[in-house]
Design a protein around this ligand. Structure first.
Ligand code: GCB
Length: 600
């Protein structure tokens, strides 16, 4: 037994000697962290000459070495310390006019000191880097990460020094045909270290991850797991919810995993009463604190049931665009502003489009009682037949779920947006559905599908994806890309599937302050009129259980170029990027206020 423990300890030491990407540390809020936010020295490197030599071969003496001339005759053609700096978190596009349209590589460097204490392990955690990150500490490569909207971490226990550490990240946001998303999107490709960066301290064996949620369909049985990382795999785990009188002990198995299963009398989380409990997960060597809400979400026929009761999702779509200042949103204040507006609209639900948003959004939604649809950027026409593209999408899916699976607010994981019908696409997405269900059997699965006309005035939801979804999502732009607003009055909706439908997008552009009559495009009056006709149509769809108009606030898009109207902004917001409410906002607000009275 002792020998085994010794081997295990040796194994950890040996593997920790090499920097490694470890499973995502869920809930960094509940741990001791050191923020690395602030100014980072940066080098803009359009030709990646800090990475490749002139034969386009990886250069062992790239910029990650942070070299300095030792004598005055040394030739070194870069210098972080006399280069410009950029703020982290933040996209580079909105921090420098020169970088506004830039798509390529930027090197980031942060220096720090850190006194490591015995038996403490250290990790560096990135909230997100868009899109591809190569990460180095003190000249050694820690690893790389692909995907612009999900977190990742590396262990640096054995590389960190007391003083003079330099963490260097090459962030590359070049679009690629085989990436997720692919070349074509309708949002700005903001590059950089767009979310918080931090150091996380843990004990030698620590609670790496856990899943503590009500079992699917149950309102009093909590089923999940706790996973340890480290040498001491056999431990007693205690899950405590003091306010509910819960203190339950479980044993981990040989792999460090404990299955959690208990019943409790819990006040359930809902938009009216977003109850969060203080929860602690204790092992013999570690303790993590979290705030967790408990609620059930399921479907029955065409109904969505929250805590067993039918509910209508009064939603709105949101991009991760910062209110007022523009650029990527990243802070708790940004989240409070955006979700505050959603509340004002009368929403109990948001669709966070088109990629996982920063963690503040989800945590705020948890506190405010706003249900969340969260999605991965499997958007439009990605490479369905490319196994590496599928692997990438699966990885982004797993990182999204890893971070947010304990948030009651999240009720739907969505796999895709407006993807064109084909066998290859169906098999790709079925793979993702299956994977999502193994990672999290408790949430509903959806996707925003396109609509199909069966005759001039009838839309049938018959996308073969529908068979695999719990909730049907459908984007339609009747009155904008599809006819004029009054076309909605004559449309009928049918479905092949006895499942609830969320109208996951509809709307049209209006420039705030641009007035005219209701037939003039880009005016607030046109948009207002479009919403009136839309709402009348929506009311006639018997299997409709939710709506998410496109979109809460104007957002930047390189595809939107009409001078004086768009100027690189998609103007479908109900609110302008400066926070001004357009007329359509009030039409939607009225609809939601009526709905609240009739279909709570
Ligand atoms: C869509 C897309 C969304 C676009 C929107 C538009 O269908 O899902 O990403 O921004 O239409 O404004 O055209």
């Amino acid at each position: 037994m002792k020998l085994l423990a010794l081997f295990a300890a040796l194994f950890v030491l040996v593997s920790a000697a090499h920097a490694q990407q470890v499973a995502l540390i869920a809930n960094t809020d509940g741990r001791k962290t050191v923020s690395l936010d602030g100014q980072w020295q940066t080098i803009v490197d359009p030709y990646e000459s800090g990475y490749y030599d002139y034969r386009y071969q990886p250069d062992p003496n790239g910029y990650f070495k942070n070299a300095k001339p030792k004598t005055k005759s040394d030739l070194i053609e870069y210098d972080f310390d006399s280069s410009n700096s950029l703020k982290v978190p933040g996209d580079w596009n909105t921090q420098s006019d020169q970088l506004f349209f830039y798509e390529g590589s930027v090197w980031y460097k942060k220096s720090f000191d850190y006194q490591r204490r015995p038996n403490v392990r250290l990790f560096v955690y990135f909230g997100a880097a868009n899109y591809f990150a190569d990460v180095y500490l003190n000249g050694e490569k820690l690893g790389q990460h692909e995907g612009g909207f999900t977190p990742f971490n590396f262990e640096i226990t054995n590389l960190v020094r007391d003083t003079g550490n330099f963490l260097i990240v090459k962030v590359d946001n070049k679009r690629r045909r085989d990436a997720v998303p692919t070349l074509m999107t309708d949002w700005w490709n903001y590059g950089g270290l767009t979310r918080d960066v931090k150091l996380i301290e843990t004990p030698a064996t620590f609670v790496n991850d856990y899943f503590i949620q009500l079992q699917q369909g149950s309102r009093d049985r909590v089923v999940g797991w706790v996973k340890l990382n480290g040498a001491q795999f056999s431990q007693r785990i205690i899950v405590r919810i003091p306010e509910a009188g819960v203190a339950k002990a479980f044993e981990t198995d040989a792999s460090g995993t404990a299955l959690v299963d208990f019943t409790a009398d819990l006040k359930l989380w809902s938009p009216e009463s977003p109850k969060l409990y203080d929860v602690t997960i204790e092992s013999e060597t570690d303790q993590v604190r979290d705030q967790i809400g408990f609620r059930s979400i399921e479907t029955r026929g065409t109904d969505i049931l929250l805590n067993g009761r039918p509910i209508f999702l009064r939603g709105v779509c949101i991009h991760e665009e910062a209110p007022f200042r523009g650029g990527r949103a990243y802070s708790r204040e940004d989240a409070q502003t955006l979700l505050g507006w959603a509340k004002e609209l009368g929403a109990n639900f948001v669709r966070l489009a088109h990629y996982p948003h920063n963690e503040h959004m989800i945590r705020e939604a948890d506190r405010l009682g706003i249900m969340v649809w969260s999605e991965i950027p499997v958007y439009w026409t990605i490479q369905w037949e490319n196994p590496a593209t599928l692997e990438n999408a699966r990885n982004q899916l797993s990182e999204m779920i890893a971070r947010d699976k304990n948030r009651a607010a999240v009720v739907i994981w969505s796999m895709a947006n407006e993807t064109p019908l084909s066998e290859a696409r169906l098999s790709f997405l079925r793979n993702l559905f299956g994977y999502a269900r193994t990672l999290d059997p408790t949430r509903l699965i959806s996707a925003a599908m396109e609509r199909h006309y069966v005759n001039a005035m009838t839309q049938l939801i018959d996308d073969p994806l529908g068979e695999y979804l719990d909730v049907l999502g459908c984007n339609e732009y009747v009155g904008w890309y599809d006819g004029l607003p009054d076309k909605a009055d004559r449309l009928e909706w049918r479905t092949k599937y006895q499942k609830p439908l969320i109208m996951s997008e509809f709307g049209g552009d209006a420039l705030f302050g641009n007035h005219g009559d209701a037939s003039a495009r880009w005016t607030e009056e046109y948009q207002e009129n479009l919403y009136r006709h839309q709402i009348a149509m929506l009311k006639r769809i018997p299997f409709l259980r939710g709506t998410a108009p496109w979109i809460l606030m104007d957002f930047r898009s390189p595809r939107r170029q009409l001078p004086k109207i768009q100027d690189y902004w998609n103007r479908k917001g109900l609110i302008s990027n400066k926070g001004e409410k357009k007329k359509a906002f009030y039409v939607m607000q009225r609809y939601y206020s009526d709905l609240q009275k009739t279909r709570p």
